[in-house]
Design a protein around this ligand. Structure first.
Ligand SMILES: Cc1ncc(COP(=O)(O)O)c(C=O)c1O
Length: 403
């Protein structure tokens, strides 16, 4: 599966052939933002545009029928990938994780919940909508801490009739929501619901979610090697309670002068007003199939990520003057240097072809307000990342931080 590159402009690297179009000297480590798309995913999108470029859900002609069947396969595959059942859940598509969370919180019925609960290490796409929900419903909002192992620290009273919205993988340091099953069970017993931000989980840590009966799981296909797309997997019971107010084409059976009736036989459409991003939806099917089968260096995708992230983590730990935010290796590692500002480091790294993020990664509350950290530098690796990439990054980091 791995292929040796012979490009004389760079060291030999063992990059997956599906990323053969990447230049050897370009080391992209911003997968947390969006992953590079492997060739099979790009090919699937091209195939849609070149051979059956039609809308879904509305037409009888053959291109549209093919779109419908691909979209249905994608919905099924996503539900299967999460170990859930189509009897209880549906999979719908939207713009991104942010939009998915807002779409659910913005349509929750008033009066049903007594508090909103989130954690201190949330992305603004959770932190802000939970503030907005608490303000709209005039209910209290709790911001709970996460332990070093990523578990949410709560008392049962915190969950009473609550809307809990938390990530399963932090985009700062990769902490996983290790007590997810207990949290869901305790919240359900307390009359609440759990909405999961799985943006950083689906590409490399999706095993954590398998069989977890959350009420909704939102994520971004563009962070899991597919096209730019949001996904909402939602429990039918919760969907039925939403006050559907974001409405438009493709979702009604009857319209009269002052009213309309939503399609009862197509609940997916309730969260999908208007035309959808069909090539991106189809690309997600191909990304999941690829993720299930890819064997970088003979390893599974999660074994590869574990191996490469440990090498990177150890290498960064050995650099003097570098403060590592993580307490363990992860596909996401954030650091700061006592000697050089993170934005300058990112610029220096870029001069060597290394693309990483600097700043606060939309986690302003925790990083800036609470911890008062300086801007951070974040390495987020993926299945395109090789050992040679990591060694180069460590060597250059040592040089530019004078560590
Ligand atoms: C943990 C987490 N949640 C949510 C988001 C928002 O994702 P999107 O911009 O695709 O909506 C991100 C983006 O980086 C993230 O890392």
């Amino acid at each position: 599966m791995f292929r040796k590159k012979t490009d004389s402009s760079s060291t030999n690297i063992d990059r997956l052939p599906e990323f053969g179009f990447l230049k050897n000297d370009d080391i992209y480590m911003d997968n947390a933002c969006q992953s590079p798309r492997p060739q099979p995913v790009i090919d699937a999108m091209d195939r849609y545009y070149q051979s059956y470029n039609a809308c879904g859900g509305r037409v009888k002609y053959k291109w549209g029928q093919q779109v419908d069947s691909e979209v249905e396969e994608t919905r099924q595959l996503v539900i299967d990938y999460l170990g859930l059942s189509k009897r209880d859940y549906i999979c719908t598509f939207t713009l991104n994780t942010t939009y998915g969370i807002n779409l659910i919180l913005g349509q929750l019925p008033s009066g049903a919940y007594h508090q909103v609960v989130t954690s201190e290490i949330e992305h603004n796409s959770v932190f802000l909508p939970t503030i907005s929900l608490a303000q709209r419903f005039k209910i209290p909002r709790k911001v709970l801490a996460r332990a070093d192992d990523g578990s949410l620290i709560y008392a049962l009273a915190d969950l009473e009739k609550s809307v809990v919205v938390v990530n399963t993988t932090s985009n700062i340091d990769g902490r996983l929501l290790t007590n997810i099953k207990q949290l869901i069970s305790d919240t359900h017993k307390s009359g609440g619901i759990v909405i999961i931000d799985a943006a950083q989980t689906m590409a490399h840590y999706h095993e954590l979610l398998i069989g977890c009966q959350a009420d909704a799981i939102c994520f971004s296909a563009h962070k899991m090697y597919a096209g730019s797309l949001g996904v909402i997997v939602i429990r039918k019971d919760l969907l039925k309670t939403l006050a559907i107010g974001v409405v438009g084409g493709g979702m009604v059976s009857i319209v009269n002068e002052q009213g309309y009736t939503l399609l009862t036989d197509d609940m997916n459409s309730w969260l999908e007003p208007g035309l959808q991003a069909y090539s991106e939806i189809i690309s997600l099917k191909n990304a999941i199939l690829w993720l299930k089968n890819v064997r970088p260096g003979g390893l599974s995708s999660s074994q590869h990520i574990e191996k490469i992230s440990k090498i990177l983590y150890q290498g960064l730990l050995n650099i003097q003057g570098l403060k590592i935010i993580n307490s363990q290796a992860s596909s996401l590692i954030s650091v700061y240097s006592n000697n050089v500002d993170a934005h300058r480091l990112a610029t220096f790294l870029s001069a060597s072809g290394i693309m990483v993020r600097s700043g606060y990664f939309c986690c302003h509350y925790f990083l800036l307000e609470k911890q008062k950290f300086p801007p951070l530098l974040r390495f987020s690796i993926g299945l395109q990342t090789t050992e040679a990439d990591v060694e180069k990054v460590i060597g250059i980091m040592r040089k530019i931080t004078k560590g």
